[in-house]
Design a protein around this ligand. Structure first.
Ligand code: NAD
Length: 283
């Protein structure tokens, strides 16, 4: 049976390291600051934003919450972002998605200074990631890489199959694996014979958003299985994309849900904010 990768524990360790670095920066007169913009009253978004703020405080960073009503105009939002782009106390700007339909998400993301884009969603930063330059890596994929590293798993030469190709998870996850010299296959909703691909994976990443989507049948004996999904099953219980009980019998390593990839996402956001603050000293 598989070793369970403890994302909560690894996240705690990383957060301690970040808190140490924050202390060091503060002694140099710089306190990392994250601005989070929340538009409207989406319940899930509010929970995410509260967690991000709480974690900032835990780690000794400043956090600023900017709340805007559902009806806010795109221009008002853009001018707020521009203000934050210019603010030397703010090192990271995060616009909580999704935005109301009347606001152009792409335009908003592109208005954030690439130097403060701690989500790593700006096309300039995505380009930098693709070409292996210094950048902010998207938090969830980055968290996956740290989980593997901390578990002593090398990626080089492995066949990685990523199921899901969203801009925030699947696509960048594949790219990060490629950057670390893996062979990468992307699967998605129009993939034919999904199982033919997933069964070849040394490392299988599930980022689909469907409970129990990946079953033991999809998985090669001894594979490493990373479950990115955060879903609710019929009973209302939090679960991933992987049928944990059966797959964990076959895999060599597996991430659980909760306490797997989830806690890493916020942790890498904090890391990116710290990194931005540290780099601001030399700008
Ligand atoms: P998404 O809906 O944007 O993308 C889902 C992807 O799954 C798509 O690319 C689609 O092609 C693919 N897909 C759908 N049906 C499929 C099928 N039948 N066969 C193969 N592929 C199929 O979702 P997302 O934003 O990438 O999120 C995926 C999951 O990860 C969700 O459960 C989400 O809640 C979770 N998530 C977790 C974190 C975290 O911090 N752990 C962060 C972001 C998202």
């Amino acid at each position: 049976t598989a070793v369970i990768i403890n994302g909560k524990e690894i996240a705690e360790k990383k957060k301690q390291e970040i808190a140490e670095e924050v202390k060091r920066l503060k002694s140099q007169g710089v306190t990392p600051g994250l601005a989070v913009i929340l538009v409207g009253n989406n319940h899930a978004s509010r929970t995410y934003v509260t967690n991000k703020q709480k974690t900032c405080q835990e780690l000794g960073m400043n956090s600023v919450l900017i709340e805007m009503p559902e009806e806010v105009s795109e221009n008002e939002l853009l001018s707020k972002i521009e203000e934050l782009n210019q603010d030397p106390q703010i090192h990271g700007i995060l616009v909580q998605l999704p935005l109301p339909a009347h606001i152009n998400e792409t335009k908003v993301i592109e208005s954030i200074s690439p130097d403060k884009d701690v989500d790593g969603f700006h096309p300039i930063n995505i380009g930098r990631m693709m070409t292996g330059q210094n950048t902010f890596l998207p938090c969830t994929p980055y968290g996956i890489m740290v989980l593997l590293e901390e578990s002593g798993i090398s990626v080089e030469g492995k066949h990685v199959v990523v199921v899901g190709r969203s801009n925030i998870v699947g696509k960048p996850a594949g790219q990060l694996f490629l950057n670390q010299h893996a062979t990468v296959t992307y699967c998605h909703s129009r993939t034919k014979d999904l199982m033919v691909h997933t069964k070849q994976a040394d490392i299988l990443v599930a980022a689909v958003g469907i409970p129990n989507f990946i079953t033991a049948e999809h998985v090669k004996e001894g594979a490493i299985v990373i479950d990115v999904g955060i879903n609710r099953n019929e009973a209302g219980k939090l679960c991933g994309d992987v049928a944990f009980d059966e797959v964990s019998k076959k895999a060599s390593f597996i991430t659980p849900v909760p306490k797997g990839v989830g806690p890493m996402t916020i942790t890498m956001l904090m890391y990116n904010t710290l990194k931005s603050a540290a780099e601001s000293i030399n700008r």
